[in-house]
Design a binder for this molecule. Structure first.
Ligand SMILES: Nc1ncnc2c1ncn2[C@@H]1O[C@H](COP(=O)(O)OP(=O)(O)OP(=O)(O)O)[C@@H](O)[C@H]1O
Ligand SMILES: [Mg+2]
Length: 511
């Protein structure tokens, strides 16, 4: 079907192509489609003309507001929208025609972006030229590049993807797009035209990284070419429409001075953590979802000396270590036949045969915890990982549960002893109500007392300082005044700490 015919079918009352060609002026030329009411654009259509064809149809999202405006003015009949809408429809139609022509080639991961752009541009030229649409060359080019952006870009998400201040994008069906910007989560005004539009964007994202998503495989967790992490769930698993979560990759990951600037760490705490890493203490970063665990793990890893061989193990590579001597391992999901899976646990075990000086596990979530603790206890000290928990005490309990998931049927006391002797420090991260992420505890794991793992806080966040007028927490993490026992190791290794780290009267271990 020709473009003009599609348009006529799509909205017989409003197709006035010369108006499309020049949105700023009144239509002058002949209409190329049948216009039963002959009403000029921008003027209301008489009620009598509101035939079933001209009655409001479910339209793409974005025009929802005018749809409700129309239905709420029954006497005047549906006012005809300005030319911009007709142009939008023309774009939609051209995009659909393009989808018909190119089909799955649009998502072919073997085509480079550049090649794909060339193919799309040339196809679009054909699509537009084939139609009897009076557009000037300039208008035609603009139409083509708009459609190209829509088809090859990420539709309403593109502006968030391009905006470095946006760190996370969350889509709950076509009408709800939330973004996190400067630590604050808010609903944006972006919308998809329909569930199909959202699905098309999701498919494009997922297919481009060589994965697929459909009813038989409705859940995908993938990493984009630029390192961003993507999770997509489509119906029937996603009940309210397709869901998409994008954790944008930061090309320039936060460094220790950034975290100090954000108030996540204090300079004293950063100095202590650097000493802990240099002294090869085993550190667990604990925190809820999105609290900045991976980011802090990355910063802690940056303190590992250049000379050491580091093996990182992750579900989807996110860590960006600056050292040269790094082996990065990434787990693999099963293929469509359910085969070929290589989990974190296997990778942790394998890493022990790679002569690592340090093992950095992105996050422990299952049986690999036992292997990691064993590694920490048997010569691979200085290892780092993260765990999902809301306090240092919770982190220990969580590690216990995760060890039990290894299915070794170990007595609880043995598990706790394993944890107490493997883990030296727990660094707790919390996302406070004001959107800031703070280290709220640096806690030493001292050992066992009876059946209990004993913990001693070295730093705690000062909630008592209250909030300022803008609702921001005034407090910072402050030293409890208790010098952790592990600082004895610093002295042996010649690592010095400023006297201020544990408060004015404490000098830490110094040479
Ligand atoms: N200290 C910080 N201050 C402000 N923003 C931060 C901080 N740390 C991390 N972020 C931002 O918060 C988001 C989540 O960070 P990160 O991936 O490190 O969290 P996470 O706890 O590992 O999340 P998940 O639970 O999904 O693994 C990222 O967009 C990151 O840029
Ligand atoms: Mg993480």
């Amino acid at each position: 079907m020709k473009l003009s015919e599609r348009l006529a079918v799509a909205n017989p009352a409003r197709v006035t192509l010369p108006g499309v060609a020049d949105p700023g002026s009144a239509p002058t030329g002949p209409s190329t489609a049948s216009v039963p009411t002959a009403a000029p654009l921008g003027e209301p259509v008489p009620e009598a003309a509101a035939t079933p064809e001209t009655a409001p149809r479910p339209t793409p999202a974005g025009s929802g507001r005018s749809l409700s405006a129309r239905t709420s003015t029954p006497v005047a009949g549906p006012p005809v929208k300005p030319h911009g809408d007709a142009l939008a429809r023309l774009k939609d139609t051209a995009a659909s025609a393009l989808f018909e022509r190119l089909g799955t080639r649009l998502n072919d991961p073997s085509l480079s972006e550049e090649k794909l752009h060339t193919i799309v541009r040339s196809e679009l030229n054909h699509v537009v030229e084939e139609q009897d649409v009076p557009l000037t060359a300039e208008q035609q080019q603009r139409l083509i590049s708009d459609v190209q952006d829509d088809v090859l870009g990420h539709g309403p998400l593109q502006r968030f993807l391009d905006d470095p201040a946006v760190t996370e994008i969350m889509v709950n069906g076509p009408d709800q797009v939330y973004v996190e910007q400067s630590g604050m989560l808010q609903r944006s005004d972006a919308r998809f035209k329909s569930e199909e539009h959202l699905r098309r964007i999701i498919e494009r994202i997922v297919f481009r990284v060589g994965r697929r998503i459909d009813e038989s495989s409705p859940l995908v967790d993938a990493r984009l070419a630029d390192g961003s992490r993507v999770n997509a769930v489509v119906p029937p698993l996603a009940f309210n429409g397709s869901s998409l979560t994008i954790r944008k990759f930061s090309r320039d990951p936060f460094k220790v001075h950034d975290l100090i600037r954000f108030g996540t760490l204090t300079p004293d705490m950063a100095e202590l953590l650097r000493a802990c890493v240099e002294a090869r203490l085993n550190i667990i970063v604990s925190g809820g979802t999105g609290t900045g665990k991976t980011t802090l793990l990355n910063v802690l890893s940056s303190f590992i000396p250049e000379s050491e061989r580091i093996v990182t193990i992750e579900d989807a590579v996110e860590l960006q270590l600056q050292q040269d001597h790094v082996v990065r391992l990434e787990s693999r999901p099963p293929n469509v036949e359910g085969k070929g899976e290589v989990g974190i646990r296997e990778l942790v075990r394998n890493s022990l045969r790679m002569r690592p000086d340090r093992i950095v596990v992105g996050e422990v979530r299952g049986g690999e915890t036992l292997d990691m603790l064993q590694a920490m206890n048997t010569g691979h000290d200085g290892s780092l990982s993260t765990v999902h928990a809301n306090s240092p005490r919770d982190a220990i309990a969580r590690l216990e549960t995760l060890v039990l998931m290894a299915g070794m049927d170990l007595p609880l006391r043995a598990v706790r002893e394993q944890i107490a002797s493997a883990v030296d420090v727990v660094v707790q991260l919390t996302r406070l109500k004001d959107g800031t992420r703070r280290v709220t505890a640096v806690t030493e794991v001292q050992g066992m007392e009876g059946q209990t793992v004993t913990l001693q806080d070295a730093f705690l966040f000062d909630y008592a300082a209250g909030v300022d007028g803008a609702g921001r927490f005034r407090g910072t993490p402050v030293a409890t005044g208790v010098r952790p026992r592990f600082t004895d190791r610093f002295a042996e290794l010649g690592i010095t700490l400023s006297p201020s780290v544990f408060g004015a009267t404490e000098t830490g271990a110094r040479r």
